[in-house]
Ligand binder design. Structure first.
Ligand SMILES: CC(C)(COP(=O)(O)OP(=O)(O)OC[C@H]1O[C@@H](n2cnc3c(N)ncnc32)[C@H](O)[C@@H]1OP(=O)(O)O)[C@@H](O)C(=O)NCCC(=O)NCCS
Length: 154
């Protein structure tokens, strides 16, 4: 598995992975209506392209396809982190997060923040993040619970 920078040609694969990840890996934490609101059947590719190319986006390239991706911004915000269901619990998100944190530390960032889903909270805790607050947010008229989490570099 190769961690590399996102390319425009990855767009369709990233958006597909995002939906598969939510519909399979988040099935125990969010109900069908929540998952449909989080990953709608007809994603807006132009909006996705802007979001991915406007940040530092890395993909885990498994050769035969993508195993995961992460997007973060220069203020230390981890915006997106998704692993493909076929590659779950094999260290893909850990490798992506390590590469992103290394990149951010390289440009002087010392605080990392994210809004973690209920699925991702144990993962971020394992990376040294602590819960700052539980949040309830509304997306496409559906309410979601999530955690704002933060890590301060030693
Ligand atoms: C959260 C997510 C990115 C983790 O990806 P992953 O590649 O499976 O994670 P890793 O294999 O690197 O996990 C590293 C460690 O994190 C913890 N962890 C990861 N997923 C976990 C889960 N579902 N439950 C509990 N702990 C978990 C474990 O300690 C794990 O180590 P272990 O497998 O040796 O026990 C993935 O489950 C996912 O894409 N979820 C759905 C989408 C989502 O919620 N994304 C985050 C949006 S904020």
């Amino acid at each position: 598995m190769n961690i590399r920078a996102y390319l425009d040609t990855d767009l369709a694969a990233v958006v597909e992975l995002f939906a598969a990840s939510i519909h399979e890996l988040a099935v125990h934490d969010y109900d069908a209506a929540q998952r449909a609101a989080w990953a709608p059947a007809a994603p807006d590719l132009a909006e996705w392209s802007q979001r991915l190319s406007g940040q530092t986006t890395l993909v885990a390239d498994a050769g035969a396809g993508l195993a995961g991706f992460i997007a973060c911004s220069h203020d230390g915000h981890i915006d997106l982190l998704y692993t493909s269901p076929r590659h779950a619990r094999r260290g893909v998100a850990s490798a992506l997060y390590r590469a992103a944190e290394q990149h951010l530390r390289g440009i002087g960032v010392t605080e990392f923040v994210t809004e973690a889903s209920l699925v991702a909270a144990p993962f971020f805790a394992r990376q040294g993040f602590r819960v700052e607050e539980e949040q309830r947010v509304v997306r496409r008229d559906i309410e979601f619970r999530r955690y704002r989490m933060k890590k301060t570099a030693p």
